[in-house]
Write a protein that binds this ligand. Structure first.
Ligand code: LAN
Length: 727
């Protein structure tokens, strides 16, 4: 584990640490994103920087101003003229996917302890990203817009030091002061304690037991880990392995120095077992319940006398499951956290000469993304399908898809949608406790290959919109494959009518009482989500129109039960709570889309009326809407300081879906969105758009194009209808 040479760095990350004209995004055949830094003049001449590269690097595109739009449709058209520049050759829209601030530490610590290098340019730009995202007080939060926490600060501090920032660099000095003010690294939450232990700067004794033996229990037990939410079980699997073997990096000078820097007390006198449940107040989102503390009492005692044969068998079982997951996803794994933990396990067991080691090393780069402010680790290996799904629907519904100027781009998008649909079930299927995938659309790529309910819904809708409504569109996705997607959706409804994210709900909800990760909410089991449910309803309703003969009775039934769930999930104030986007505006838009497809509108549905009135009550004086990520944390509407273009588009779309009878609020929303559009057709980036597990914000930067274009196009038609004029 060679340490990097310390770097001499500027005091701030304002200016690039590398030459931005040398960065290029390469898109693989399967839509993977890898950033390259070109070193030679020959390479530069052979591979020019395109608009997509420049946009994401924050470099000017120098596009000429477009004709000034005089109505909503023209504004939508200009929007797409710009957005088309960001489309990759293969048809999809690559994008940044930042926000969470606990992913770079996993990337850097995991790579460091396994001896996987970064290029100098990657090191420099990761450091710069951290410099640029430090808060005023010197620390980092759990996400880019959050207040400083021990989780963010202790872990990113380690990452920075590993990459070569000296302890006396002003950013490090300030970060350390912040960390000490927060009480030092002993107050890190359990996922932080884990990475610090792997790095050998926190004692494994300061962790509660991770019960990997649970994997040896019979599958029918209600708390068996295969029933946990898929991200949670995929994290606790390698975490359990590394805990059980007490994996730790070899001591070296940097590690010894970090032990001095991270704490307010002498490292060697810390009472480690007393730290297991100690989590700083600022970090705490879901405190341990008494039930969990009692269970930890038992588990921690068992740990002192764990039966060696059982432990060995559990380790073998965990390792087998880890290998299956790596194999199923070509080493991308389900997400960025499990990715780096699996990587450490495979490096440890398979060794540095193994194929697994090399493949894991390469696949790190799918998550590493260059942005204007430096290099980040993305929340997934991209949001490819999610973005193209909305874009396709926006273009068709805005009426732009059929315009000659855009047809080629729309057909390219269809080609990509066709390519990314998953054709078969996973290689390791029931043995790896996987949900079927044949016919599904994933969130990112088909290599990652996980079914997601609403991604399947949006993917199916996008294909149907283009294939059925754009003149001259080739029928690339066959009827049989459309039916496969329908089969997937029909198989994902839970007993009370709702849809969860990746799988059916497999565990009782009381398991949430045992959530050990103090910084996230709702992570133990799948839940029904209004967003996922509404996506299934709309996709099935649109498919039913397209093909009224396939599984008709079942589709009708599923839709009916899902609509019932949507009604039940409506809040008394009139909105729906969003779990994946911010927040009430996001979910309410989807809810009203689905209700509109079953004929419920302002005129005939009390639920729709309540929802529209709720939204109207939140419209601001400037005609827009603005909701803070804090709505997701507190589950109550929290205003953002500023009006947001994306939320304005969602709210106006919701009113249009609901057939809100008064034009003024929609007109004012259109005006607001148009007033923020730049002369080249783009919209500037505003506040973060997405969220997960209630407490972490995550960015969807393409939303500012997708939903604005969609809303402007639809509003143009709807307002004309309301005024009784021609469309
Ligand atoms: C995502 C991103 C997409 C999102 C939607 C499709 C929007 C949603 O409707 C269903 C759930 C899903 C697929 C989702 C689940 C959780 C993810 C994967 C993320 C928010 C992106 C990052 C996050 C993942 C859990 C991050 C790693 C953190 C852990 C707590 C393991």
């Amino acid at each position: 584990m060679a340490a990097y040479a310390p770097l001499d760095l500027p005091a701030s990350g304002k200016l690039p640490f590398t030459d931005y004209s040398r960065w290029r995004l390469r898109v693989s055949e399967d839509g993977d994103h890898i950033w390259h830094y070109l070193r030679t003049d020959e390479e530069l001449a052979a591979w020019p920087q395109n608009d997509c590269d420049k946009y994401w690097l924050g470099l000017p595109l120098d596009l000429p101003p477009l004709p000034k739009p005089t109505n909503a449709l023209e504004a939508a058209r200009n929007g797409y003229r710009f957005f088309k520049h960001l489309q990759a050759e293969d048809g999809h829209w690559p994008a940044e996917y930042g926000g969470p601030m606990f992913l770079i530490p996993g990337l850097v610590i995991g790579s460091y302890v396994t001896g996987m290098p970064f290029t100098l340019e990657e090191r420099l730009e990761i450091i710069r990203y951290l410099f640029n995202h430090a808060n005023e007080d010197g620390g980092w939060g759990i996400h880019t817009e959050g207040q400083s926490t021990v989780f963010g600060t202790a872990l990113n501090y380690c990452a920075m030091r590993i990459l070569g920032v000296k302890a006396d660099h002003p950013v490090a000095v300030k970060a350390r002061a912040c960390l000490h003010k927060l009480g030092g690294a002993t107050g890190a939450p359990s996922w932080g304690k884990f990475w610090l232990s792997v790095l050998n700067v926190y004692d494994w004794d300061g962790n509660h037991m991770v019960p990997l033996e649970l994997w040896m229990f019979p599958d029918w037990l209600p708390f068996h880990p295969h029933r946990w939410w898929i991200h949670t079980r995929n994290v606790y699997l390698p975490m359990g392995y590394l805990y059980a073997i007490r994996f730790k990096a070899e001591e070296n000078d940097l590690i010894l120095a970090l032990r001095e820097e991270l704490y307010t007390q002498d490292y060697y006198s810390i009472d480690w077992p007393a730290q297991r449940s100690h989590v700083a107040q600022v970090d705490l989102y879901t405190p341990h319940t008494t039930a969990l503390e009692l269970i930890y009492g038992v588990l921690d005692t068992y740990e002192q006398c764990a039966l060696p044969p059982l432990r060995r068998a559990a380790l073998r079982r965990c390792y087998d499951l880890i290998v299956m997951e790596d194999d199923n996803t070509d080493y991308q794994t389900l997400g960025p956290v499990s990715k780096m933990m699996n990587l450490v396990v495979r490096a440890h067991v398979d060794g540095r000469e193994s194929d697994a080691y090399k493949r894991h090393m390469d696949r790190r780069r799918d998550f590493m993304w260059m942005a204007g402010e430096g290099m980040m680790m993305r929340g997934t290996n991209g949001s490819q399908l999610w973005d193209i799904g909305f874009t396709a629907q926006a273009l068709v519904e805005a009426g732009l898809a059929g315009e000659e100027e855009f047809k080629e781009s729309v057909f390219r998008a269809l080609k990509w949608l066709e390519h990314v649909q998953i054709r078969q079930n996973p290689k390791h299927f029931t043995t790896a406790y996987r949900h079927p995938t044949k016919g599904a659309w994933p969130f990112s790529t088909r290599t990652q290959g996980y079914t997601v309910s609403d991604c399947t819904g949006e993917g199916l809708k996008a294909v149907l919109y283009i294939q059925d409504h754009v003149e001259g569109a080739p029928k690339l996705v066959s009827e049989g494959r459309l039916c496969d997607a329908v089969d997937i959706l029909l198989g994902m409804q839970n007993s009370d009518g709702g849809f969860a994210s990746y799988e059916l709900i497999r565990a009782p909800q009381w398991l949430e009482w045992l959530n050990p990760a103090e910084v996230f909410g709702n992570i133990m089991t799948e839940f029904n989500y209004p967003e996922c449910t509404t996506s299934a309803i709309t996709a099935l309703a649109i498919f039913r129109k397209h093909n009224p003969n396939y599984r008709t009775r079942e589709i009708d039934n599923v839709i009916r039960r899902a609509v019932k769930y949507v009604h039940k999930a409506q809040r008394p104030e009139g909105g729906w709570f969003g779990s994946w986007g911010i927040c009430f505006t996001y979910a309410t838009q989807f809810a009203l889309e689905s209700l509109s497809l079953v004929g419920e509108t302002y005129a005939n549905s009390a639920a729709v009326r309540r929802a529209c009135d709720f939204l109207i009550s939140k419209q601001r004086a400037d005609g827009g809407w603005g909701e803070s990520y804090k709505s997701c944390e507190t589950m109550q509407w929290v205003e953002h300081e500023k009006t947001q273009v994306v939320q304005t588009a969602w709210a106006a779309m919701a009113l249009i879906y609901g057939k809100y009878p008064h034009p003024e609020p929609i007109e004012r929303a259109v005006q607001l969105v148009m007033s923020r559009q730049r002369p080249d057709g783009s919209w500037p980036q505003e506040a973060i758009e997405g969220v997960f597990n209630k407490n972490v914000a995550i960015s969807y930067p393409n939303f500012k194009f997708e939903f604005t274009i969609w809303m402007l196009g639809r509003a143009h038609r709807y307002l004309a209808e309301l005024r009784g004029g021609q469309v």
